[in-house]
Design a protein. Structure first.
Length: 315
């Protein structure tokens, strides 16, 4: 792909904020020099360009090719081919194109063979990966299918970043004063994010139920609500807060929040969106569907400081 085409590629994304609540996402398709197709959520992409000169530095973590200066900021350059096991030998340069990404309060560049185009897909057409993907499973967060039947593997870039820079240390956190018979609910499709959330919740002493995607979360929340009605209880007396991710297979966090907010059985239960997408546009998308707070991934202190007062006030 030529440089002018790359420059115009992201310009084709119009009115992305209108995707809130539509259960749709936009994916940038790319390859690593094989016939396999990979994708990344456009919301995480800042720009696409031909790979400039990279400065090699000693003692770089595995997969980091070096660093480069981008508008005054030094960012790491990560070779995706070093992480993704493909089923065939790459043809051509696996690092000729650079995708600059921004998520989880980090900016980094991913090296790929080539970018293709942006597609818009329904989240309910996006599935969790099957176990047969074995080696790549931890790095693939979802699978979707193109109209011609080809599969697209959507990368768990948070997991790749955690592999490169290490998972964050969870500091000591003060326990939350809350009735021990109560709990909160969280949902996130990223394995590394679930692990981090659980570490925070364990430290602040909150019981929890969890789910791995939006549809699973809604099914489980419906079961909790139905059980409360059956037992003649107010769900709010037990379930004190719901923490949702934004990007999830089968149902995104925006649609999940709309469902929760439109169901009277969840009235008074706050919904917090916890996302690696931290731009003002994404916060506005969260606000448009009624989230009570928006927390950018991943800062254990900020997450605890957001959840603890909300949980205590609901006791």
């Amino acid at each position: 792909m030529s440089k002018p085409q790359q420059t115009n590629l992201l310009d084709t994304v119009d009115a992305r904020t209108k995707l809130a609540g539509s259960n749709k996402m936009e994916i940038l398709l790319f390859s690593l020099g094989t016939r396999e197709i990979f994708g990344i959520n456009v919301f995480k992409v800042r720009e696409v360009s031909q790979t400039p000169k990279i400065t090699k530095t000693p003692n770089m973590p595995h997969g980091v090719e070096g660093v480069l200066s981008l508008r005054g900021n030094i960012i790491p350059v990560i070779s995706l081919a070093r992480f993704i096991a493909t089923h065939e030998e790459p043809v051509g340069d696996t690092s000729s194109t650079m995708i600059v990404t921004e998520f989880s309060k980090h900016t980094q560049a991913f090296l790929v063979h080539d970018v293709d185009r942006i597609i818009r897909v329904d989240w309910d057409k996006v599935r969790a990966p099957e176990t047969m993907l074995a080696g790549n499973q931890a790095l693939i967060t979802a699978i979707t299918e193109l109209p011609d039947g080809k599969l697209v593997s959507i990368l768990d870039v948070e997991q790749i970043l955690a592999t490169v820079i290490g998972e964050p240390l969870i500091p000591e956190l003060p326990p939350t004063q809350i009735n021990p018979d109560t709990f909160m609910f969280f949902v996130d499709d990223s394995m590394v994010a679930r692990k981090e959330i659980i570490s925070v919740l364990d430290k602040i002493g909150i019981k929890y139920h969890q789910a791995n995607n939006g549809k699973e979360a809604w099914d489980k929340l419906q079961n909790l609500a139905n059980r409360a009605v059956h037992d003649g209880e107010n769900l709010r007396d037990k379930l004190k807060l719901i923490l949702v991710d934004a990007e999830m297979p089968e149902m995104d966090g925006y649609v999940l929040t709309k469902y929760i907010k439109s169901d009277h059985r969840f009235k008074g239960i706050p919904v917090v969106m916890h996302s690696s997408l931290s731009s003002n546009a994404n916060r506005a998308m969260g606000a448009s569907v009624g989230v009570d707070a928006y927390v950018a991934k991943f800062d254990a202190l900020i997450l605890a400081d957001t959840l603890s007062p909300m949980l205590s006030s609901q006791s």
